[in-house]
Design a protein around this ligand. Structure first.
Ligand code: ZN
Length: 440
């Protein structure tokens, strides 16, 4: 696909003259001027007042580029994929005026509304009404506004070798409802795009809205001038990854504190989650959490995995791999006492995930109590409890699931404050080289 599209475009577009004019085709005329975003498009944009309880009064999030005058946010839909959308338009594979046909796309399960949706500042990084735009904004859609869902809810079967192994070893039992005989876990899942209410995001990070807008503008190379020119627009659709949630059991039960909730909030680690790299515990912890979620649902509870696209502590994979090399080549070998220092040398910080926005998705689901949190992270624990959600038991990764090469990371994290029911390694222990070299 990615190779076909430009080739197709090159045969259908006129040859550039070299004088700076933009090639055009009769079917989708290209603009000959740049559309500046510094000034209001004028006319017809629906107001949006974040946090108002009635969705009609709150107003829809309109990030469309089809009718620019209707836009009431900064940025556009699909998070980081908005750039691919631009490429598709550039390649003339996508009509920029295309409007989504939302027939039969409605959520398989209704989420909310919950009291947290109405609490000022409780949810600032996603649109609680994002899954329901076709119903709650039906009138506005009928009036011609291009309103797009920022959340989609569907059903799936997920089949993981670790779950099949647990089934074969008897740790899990098939019930035909939550887990099938062939090892498929039956889930409800939702994909969620980021929708940032800038005043609320600024408050979470202890800064001013003006400062946040300025830094977002400058650090994206001036990508969104409206951040600084349109202070009347308070909502930003950032070009970053969103999150996916997997629910084991009845989604409605998530909001009932009487129903046992097993939950993991997991940050993306492609190397381990997908490819099974043994330098960290991400995949084994994730699959252990899924096993716990299935067991929880089978006990009459409900399970949740919230998966955030924050690859490599939100530093990205290039930085992550550079750090791996720095760790393994340093004098003395790969040791836990230098674990965070090596990341900081390369990235300037130890971690950029900043869990401040993470609890929003839990509040969207109406969660008030997590009975079993499958995580050892003190940062996640503090963010969740700090947002008003009670946590019962914390479930650590079983020792036998920690790959040998991941011992460095585990020791470093436990020494830095991660929850453990076991022994916190002392300074001597942290100085021992436990990681593999690069050539072995
Ligand atoms: Zn990992």
């Amino acid at each position: 696909m990615s190779l076909d599209a430009p080739a197709k475009a090159s045969t259908s577009s006129t040859t550039p003259s070299g004088t700076g004019s933009v090639p055009s085709s009769p079917s989708s005329p290209s603009p000959r001027h740049i559309r500046l975003t510094s000034h209001s498009g004028g006319f017809g944009a629906l107001p949006m007042v974040w946090g108002l309880p009635n969705p009609t009064e709150r107003g829809p999030v309109i990030g469309t580029t089809t009718t620019r005058a209707h836009r009431n946010v900064i940025g556009t839909h699909s998070g980081s994929y908005s750039v691919y959308r631009a490429l598709a338009v550039a390649a003339k594979a996508l009509d920029p005026q295309h409007k989504a046909d939302l027939t039969n796309t409605s959520p398989t399960d209704t989420i909310g509304p919950y009291p947290q949706w109405l609490e000022p500042g409780k949810i600032v990084s996603l649109d609680p009404w994002g899954a329901d735009v076709a119903s709650v904004f039906a009138n506005e859609l009928a009036a011609g506004y291009d309103i797009r869902p920022t959340i989609a809810v569907t059903k799936a079967h997920v089949i993981l070798p670790e779950v099949i192994d647990a089934l074969q070893k008897g740790r899990l039992k098939a019930d035909g409802k939550f887990l099938t005989a062939n090892g498929a876990a039956v889930v409800t899942k939702a994909a969620i795009e980021p929708v940032w209410w800038l005043p609320g995001v600024a408050k979470r990070f202890g800064t001013t809205e003006a400062e946040l807008r300025r830094v977002l503008f400058e650090e994206t190379g001036g990508m969104y001038p409206e951040l600084v020119t349109r202070t009347d627009l308070e909502v930003f659709l950032p070009p970053i990854g969103g999150q996916t949630i997997y629910i084991f059991g009845n989604p409605r039960d998530l909001a009932n504190p009487e129903v046992e909730l097993t939950a993991r909030v997991h940050d993306e680690c492609n190397g381990s989650d997908v490819f099974g790299s043994d330098i960290c515990t991400c995949r084994p912890y994730l699959t252990h959490a899924i096993e716990e979620c299935i067991q929880g649902a089978q006990r009459g509870g409900v399970g949740l995995v919230a998966y955030s696209r924050k690859e490599g502590r939100a530093l990205g994979e290039v930085t992550k791999f550079l750090v791996y090399n720095a760790r393994k080549r340093q004098v003395g070998g790969d040791t836990a006492d230098q674990y965070f220092a090596r990341t900081e040398c390369v990235a300037g910080v130890q971690d950029m995930r900043f869990q401040e926005l993470m609890p929003d998705v839990l509040h969207w689901l109406g969660i008030r109590k997590i009975h079993r949190l499958v995580s050892m992270s003190n940062m996640k624990y503090d963010a969740i409890t700090g947002s008003g959600i009670e946590i019962g038991t914390r479930v650590n990764i079983p020792d036998e699931l920690i790959p040998a090469d991941a011992r460095v990371e585990m020791d470093a994290k436990v020494a830095a404050g991660y929850f453990t029911p076991g022994v916190v390694p002392d300074a001597d222990e942290l100085r021992k080289a436990k990681g593999r070299g690069l050539e072995t």
